[in-house]
Design a protein around this ligand. Structure first.
Ligand SMILES: Cc1ncc(COP(=O)(O)O)c(C=O)c1O
Length: 378
């Protein structure tokens, strides 16, 4: 499918060719188990430790450590369950928000079974939390705040730095951030973040690779028990080639971040201008100029799922909420919280860019959207 226009990069992204090449080379050359004491095992072990250091260097972090996981879902689970279960004696209250990915929201809810109380903060009309509502929600029992940096549906950016600075006044509270849609795309200062999660496949690394990065002094309880790998936090033989490929993808995307940002801003602006020129057909749900990677809008008179399917038949891949929900009445909780409108929340379309996209891709999307919106029955 060479002539496909792929505009669903927030769902997953195509691997960088050089990352795939490294993966292959490392698989062939560093096949020995990093825990084996023989020379080949030690060679793998050295590469693994260098990879950890490289990641910290790329992210300019001095007081953190790296735990390799299978993806962000596992990293979010390990951060939340691991922290809560290791620190139950300090308090039993968790704060998160309605915009989180299910790997955070459902994990936080799971903690209720262990005696935790959960506050889910609402979203404002821009799709972010209000810092004042976070302040009000804090109790003497709060031990964890988990707030995503960038929302995966709308691209909205939460005020991570402000929250981190403010939480410094509450040493008992640990701050976890889902960085999946932010890393290598928008600048989020990480010094005041205690734990954060990354997925390889969202940054042109490989599926099956992820990271939980945590401050060294934060205590978490392992969720995988076994041979004690990953500093006892996550047992299982490290998939070295995946770990090294993730480090490489991270290095590339961060080194190209500024350039990509400029180019993708042009694509986003073109699409936004088209949507703005047609206020009778679309309502834009993405409000953050600072994040050009995701454009979310609702169709006003058409079923978004039908439009998305018709675009797909024309080799243009975008995402609609209903495509990934089995229930017919599915709607976007995020857009509903922002708009308080069920029709808008049921008919969202998400376009998400990468460095591979061009202005021609956006022109093709616009041309086809325009034709389809006229042709498809209201
Ligand atoms: C914001 C966010 N967090 C977590 C995840 C889960 O990542 P993974 O697919 O690596 O488990 C996703 C994936 O869609 C995401 O967008």
């Amino acid at each position: 499918m060479d002539n496909v226009i792929y505009l669903d990069n927030a769902a997953t992204s195509r691997v960088y060719p050089e990352v795939l090449e490294s993966y292959k080379q490392i698989t062939l050359e560093y096949f020995a188990n990093p825990n084996s004491v023989h020379a080949l095992g030690q060679k793998s072990s050295r590469l693994l430790e260098n990879t950890r250091q490289q990641i910290l260097k790329t992210l300019k972090l001095k007081h953190h450590e790296v735990i390799f996981t299978s993806g962000a879902t596992e990293a979010n689970n390990l951060a939340i369950k691991g922290y809560c279960l290791a620190n139950k004696n300090r308090g039993n209250h968790i704060i998160t928000n309605a915009g989180e990915h299910p790997s955070v929201l459902n994990t936080v809810m799971e903690m209720e079974q262990f005696g935790f109380e959960v506050t889910v903060l609402p979203l404002n009309e821009k799709g972010t939390i209000e810092v004042s509502s976070l302040r009000e929600a804090i109790t003497k029992n709060t031990i964890l705040v988990s707030i995503m940096a960038v929302n995966n549906e709308t691209g909205a950016i939460n005020p991570i730095n402000e929250i981190g600075q403010w939480l410094k006044k509450h040493p008992k509270i640990v701050f976890h951030v889902d960085m999946v849609q932010a890393i290598g795309k928008v600048n989020i200062p990480l010094e005041n973040v205690d734990l954060f999660s990354i997925a390889g496949h969202k940054i042109h690394g490989l599926l099956g690779s992820g990271l939980l990065i945590k401050k060294k002094n934060i205590l978490i309880k392992a969720q995988n028990h076994g041979g004690g790998q990953e500093n006892n936090y996550r047992s299982g033989t490290n998939t070295l080639a995946l770990s090294a490929s993730l480090a490489k993808a991270l290095r590339i995307i961060i080194s190209e971040q500024e350039n990509n940002y400029k180019n993708i801003t042009l694509l986003r602006d073109r699409l936004i201008n088209y949507l703005k020129e047609n206020p009778d057909k679309y309502k834009i749900n993405s409000h953050f100029k600072e994040n050009p990677y995701i454009v979310n809008f609702s169709t006003l008179h058409h079923k978004a799922s039908v439009v998305v399917e018709a675009l797909s038949n024309r080799n243009i891949m975008v995402s609609s909420l209903s495509a990934c929900h089995s229930k017919k009445e599915a709607f976007s909780e995020v857009v509903y919280q922002m708009s308080h409108s069920l029709p808008l929340a049921k008919n969202t379309i998400r376009v998400s860019f990468s460095h591979e996209n061009t202005l021609e891709d956006v022109e093709a999307l616009i041309t086809n959207l325009d034709v389809l919106i006229k042709r498809i029955k209201r």
